[in-house]
Unconditional design. Structure first.
Length: 349
């Protein structure tokens, strides 16, 4: 089968997911092509491809051309699936009713399923994003190189956060957390991979290292940062899945995160340090989504980071939590999950 996989050039995570799906399709004997933009719609497409898979945000503002493509491809009897994610409610208009009538969604989390069904949409299946744990583990050697590049000593404790500079990623809160962690002990280093917008929240110091390289590094380089870290801290107010959390587990790292779905769908109590959510807040992002912010106390987050640091400073406990993290990550085996997604697509008509 020849698969056309369509995604967006706006999201690093969705591009990674699309590339992983293509890798699984090829492993399964299919020919798969990923396009990060919409090609010109033409009848020749139905000679070039046998099936299509759209990996895209369920955003009624930016994704409308992708929804139209879905309907066109299905109308021509091409098996097509829409694998969609969203971090809140899509902003509605009087012209979008057909989307929820005509599009059947496959989603990566129970959180997204609940949102879409509340909006009147149809969800065929929940299939989480996947990971190749063995591939991630092969990049462990890069962690040592990155620690050296960052100027870290062997006994330094590195806390990592990877996120674009969007307000929903809570860099305002994590900047407070980073400052308190960095001031606690000279051996505690906080590293943030973000972009120019996210960088504005932080005041760099010898113990706070901000790298405005989000979206510019290769995937292997990013995985190297996960291996370099001792603790991964995911501070986001809002997520539709949370791929960096899964990548951290695949690198054998404990995760600190607010206790909300879908993040709590990825980690377990044994692999994470969860921060209580104290309030829900709906925030219009001005980009087609009303985000569900899960608010928490920065002091609670800081305390959870210190608890995680205490664990990784104990060699036996660090090894135990690493094994648990790897065990959990293997439950998200991308070859099993994405093969199921591919099979659902082929049977979608």
């Amino acid at each position: 089968m020849r698969f056309l996989i369509l995604t967006s050039n706006r999201s690093v995570s969705l591009q990674n997911v699309a590339n992983d799906i293509a890798a699984v399709a090829k492993e399964d004997g299919h020919d798969a092509v990923v396009q990060k933009y919409l090609p010109v719609y033409h009848s020749s497409l139905f000679k070039q491809y046998d099936a299509a898979l759209i990996v895209m945000s369920i955003n009624l503002q930016f994704a409308m051309p992708f929804f139209i493509w879905y309907r066109r491809l299905r109308s021509r009897a091409m098996p097509t699936s829409f694998y969609g994610v969203i971090e809140g409610r899509p902003k509605r208009s009087y012209t979008d009713g057909w989307v929820y009538r005509d599009v059947e969604f496959i989603v990566p989390s129970e959180f997204v399923r609940d949102i879409i069904e509340e909006e009147g949409g149809s969800v065929v299946e929940v299939i989480p994003h996947g990971i190749d744990v063995e591939y991630v583990q092969e990049k462990a050697r890069l962690g040592k190189l990155i620690r050296r590049e960052l100027g870290l000593r062997d006994d330094d404790i590195m806390v990592l956060y990877v996120a674009a500079g969007y307000p929903r990623k809570a860099h305002d809160v994590f900047a407070e957390v980073a400052k308190k962690v960095a001031e606690q002990d000279p051996a505690y280093k906080v590293v943030i991979l973000t972009d120019e917008q996210g960088m504005l929240y932080y005041k760099q110091s010898p113990n706070i290292i901000v790298k405005p390289v989000f979206g510019q590094l290769s995937r292997d380089e990013v995985l190297g940062y996960f291996h370099a870290a001792d603790v991964y801290a995911h501070a986001a107010y809002s997520e539709g899945f949370g791929l960096p959390v899964l990548e951290a587990l695949a690198a054998g790292k404990p995760v600190v995160h607010p206790d909300y779905q879908p993040l709590s769908e990825i980690t377990t109590a044994e692999t994470s340090f969860r921060v209580p959510v104290i309030a829900d807040k709906w925030v219009d992002g001005g980009d087609g989504v009303v985000y569900l912010y899960r608010m928490y106390d920065p002091d609670d987050f800081t305390e959870a980071v210190f608890k995680a640091i205490d664990v990784v400073q104990n060699r036996n406990k660090k090894e135990q939590i690493a094994l648990k993290a790897l065990e959990r990550a293997r439950e998200f085996d991308m070859y099993k999950l994405y093969k199921k997604l591919i099979d659902l697509t082929l049977r979608s008509l």
